[in-house]
Design a protein around this ligand. Structure first.
Ligand SMILES: [Mg+2]
Length: 125
């Protein structure tokens, strides 16, 4: 039963991603509104995969990725970044600091589900 952490400050986008994750078998979605909130959720739940926005208040996605990768407990959790259209520099930086993959907005639900299944080691929905 994979626990998927969705980190996104926009309620609309968070809802859209969380809704798509209902199509991942037996998954449970945990939501966070920014990087600091995500760290709290990482401490209180066992997270199997992180879906993370880049631009967020309080703590952005890039900072969160570097903290997760620097933490012995969390460093191996797959991270997929959800990036703004055309933000090529952000994508390169995200991968450089340890994100596994990125998906540009607007989100293609099928693509997202496929990518999440790949990183969860599943066989697709
Ligand atoms: Mg945002």
């Amino acid at each position: 039963m994979p626990n998927i952490l969705v980190v996104e400050d926009s309620p609309t986008m968070r809802q859209l991603i969380s809704f798509a994750m209902k199509r991942i078998s037996n998954s449970r979605v945990i939501e966070a509104t920014d990087g600091v909130d995500a760290l709290k959720k990482l401490s209180s739940d066992t997270i199997d995969l992180i879906l993370c926005d880049i631009n967020m208040p309080v703590m952005d996605g890039l900072k969160l990725v570097s903290l997760v990768r620097g933490n012995p407990t969390f460093k191996d959790i797959p991270i997929i970044m959800v990036t703004t259209e055309g933000a090529e520099e952000d994508r390169k930086r995200a991968i450089a600091i340890g994100a596994n993959a990125y998906l540009p907005k607007p989100i293609q639900t099928q693509e997202l589900i496929k990518m999440v299944n790949t990183y969860l080691g599943g066989s697709g929905s």
